[in-house]
Design a protein around this ligand. Structure first.
Ligand code: AMP
Length: 302
């Protein structure tokens, strides 16, 4: 069975330290991470696309080349004359990583500024995947354009999946974040939160409370990740809990949730089997967190 998986969001330039004052350039971002893993998890008959906005400069071109080389379709990406891509730098001090961002004027913030192009990209996708970060970076009017376009794509048959990925610093306020994330959940077939975020920013006392809250908002199914604890899969009349296999040597949890989502969706879109989908998500995330970095090419030993 063929299909199209389309992730929507922001890919950034990553500058990662390689020594005293030297950095290696790479590309990363939550939805990009999920698209990158989804490409590896989905059958070759599926197209994995990414929708964002970039500039027309050299580094934007390098980003698109990286995506193409990863097997990701970027034919719909919006290219803007007057912007370039966002960037973040990782710095190390006494073994601790800190991040500095240059993204407030990034091209990706304009990804919903051309509704016709957004609509063309979303229409025809079988699964549209986005996150709370996708929403956070949009101006308010463009967020509404994005929601309207999602509604139309759903009417045309697309399924939608959303990771709230709550990052209050990217939003105008925590209240606006909670309201927009709740509205987005109501437009989604699948909501895939990480309980740690939901506890911190919605005050949920358990993963079941998070699942109930997103179901009440209108989500079709909620998959609550919770680090090494059980994954809860809830639909209005049905709830299951699955225990991920223990991981002894956790090195770096970057992209645990992003990779889980990709492998879960890769399995779910092809088999529809929830238990097998959680197992695939937990297996990939469990491997990713035993390596450094967001994009771990672990498919030989996954
Ligand atoms: P999180 O977004 O941190 O809740 O993690 C996403 C998924 O990664 C979880 O549902 C687990 O499948 C996996 N995971 C994260 N941390 C651990 C851990 N310490 N041990 C085993 N699996 C983990």
């Amino acid at each position: 069975m063929a299909g199209t998986f389309l992730a929507v969001g922001e890919c950034m330039v990553e500058m990662a330290p390689t020594g005293e004052g030297t950095f290696q350039m790479g590309f990363a971002g939550d939805t990009l991470n999920t698209a990158w893993y989804a490409r590896k998890c989905l059958p070759a008959s599926w197209t994995t696309g990414y929708f964002t906005a970039v500039g027309k400069d050299q580094v934007s071109g390098q980003m698109l080349d990286f995506l193409r080389q990863s097997g990701i379709d970027v034919s719909q990406v919006l290219e803007l004359d007057d912007r370039t891509v966002g960037l973040y730098m990782i710095q190390l001090k006494d073994g601790e990583r800190s991040f500095a961002y240059w993204r407030s004027q990034s091209a990706a913030r304009r990804l919903a500024s051309e509704q016709a192009q957004l609509s063309e990209a979303l229409t025809g996708a079988d699964l549209i995947y986005f996150s709370g970060i996708t929403l956070a970076i949009l101006p308010e009017a463009d967020r509404n354009t994005f929601f309207d376009t999602l509604r139309s794509a759903r009417r045309a048959g697309a399924k939608t999946a959303f990771d709230p990925n709550l990052r209050p610093r990217l939003w105008e306020s925590a209240d606006i974040m909670r309201a927009c994330v709740t509205e987005a959940a109501g437009l989604c077939d699948l909501v895939m939160p990480s309980f740690e975020d939901e506890l911190a920013h919605f005050g949920d006392q358990s993963a079941d409370v998070s699942a109930d809250r997103y179901l009440a908002a209108g989500a079709g199914m909620v998959v609550v990740k919770n680090g090494p604890e059980e994954v809860i899969c809830a639909r209005p009349q049905e709830r299951q809990a699955f225990q991920p296999s223990p991981v002894q040597n956790v090195v770096d949890t970057t992209a645990a949730g992003d990779s889980f989502n990709a492998a879960f969706l890769g399995e779910y879109l092809t088999s529809g089997d929830i238990a097998a989908s959680v197992a695939a998500g937990a297996r990939l995330a469990g491997t990713v967190i035993q390596h450094r970095g967001a994009l771990v090419d672990c498919f030989e030993d996954a």
